[in-house]
Design a protein around this ligand. Structure first.
Ligand SMILES: [Fe+2]
Length: 222
């Protein structure tokens, strides 16, 4: 299994605070059956720290190796959409997932945003945009999810969202209509917003066994 969305890289955003916390989160990933992790620290228009993130990633890899942890860890980012993102992706200021064409993008949860239009623009430019935690945009209507998918998006939901009553209905709808591509942890720490894929190993395994198999057999993002 892979985890394409988490804040395990320490000291760069509101996720892990230090190495110790990151190591505890890596252990949780392993306990949940994850063998490949894409680290996705927050990036936005004002905090584009592509170079810093790359440096921190390299030192983190060495520290993890020193601890004897054998895990495939790649670098990506969760980018808060802003006009001009496309140019920053091209220039390398904004990070894609492991330097591929896949880009994890999040949007405002409050201001209504034409997500399908943005997805289309990124797709036409050759990127494979992944909409981060799509269940968290309350202004989206059921038809919008299909439009977003048709525009070229891959769709990610958070494993933890299923425990929130307000998002449970939409998650069930997305699964039923085969709209979900990835279930990720979006973990920020080892306790409150922890790595917990019990939703995958429980609900999805029981209700959508073929999707479950796809998730646990997933070896990389594409
Ligand atoms: Fe996130």
């Amino acid at each position: 299994m892979i985890d394409i969305h988490n804040h395990i890289l320490y000291g760069v955003d509101d996720g892990s605070k230090d190495l110790e916390m990151s190591l505890a989160m890596l252990k949780e990933e392993m306990d949940n059956g994850v063998s490949l992790i894409y680290l996705t620290p927050h990036q936005n228009k004002n905090t584009l720290t592509g170079t810093i993130l790359r440096d921190r990633y390299q030192s983190f890899l060495s520290e993890v190796k020193e601890k004897g942890i054998d895990m495939d860890i790649r670098l990506g980012a969760e980018i808060y959409y802003y006009p001009g993102l496309k140019q920053d992706l091209i220039s390398g200021k904004a990070l894609t997932m492991d330097d591929s064409k896949y880009v994890l993008v999040e949007f405002s949860t409050r201001t209504e945003t034409n997500i399908s239009e943005i997805i289309y623009e990124l797709s036409v430019a050759g990127y494979k945009p992944i909409v981060a935690h799509i269940e968290r945009y309350p202004y989206l209507k059921k038809a919008d999810y299909f439009d977003i998918k048709d525009a070229g998006a891959l769709i990610q939901i958070n494993a933890g969202s299923f425990s929130h009553f307000s998002m449970r209905g939409i998650i069930k709808y997305l699964l039923k209509n085969d709209l979900v591509d990835y279930v990720a942890s979006d973990a920020h720490d080892p306790i409150k917003r922890k790595v917990d894929f019990s939703f995958v190993h429980g609900y999805i395994k029981k209700k959508y066994p073929s999707f479950y198999t796809k998730l646990i057999e997933m070896k990389k993002i594409g």
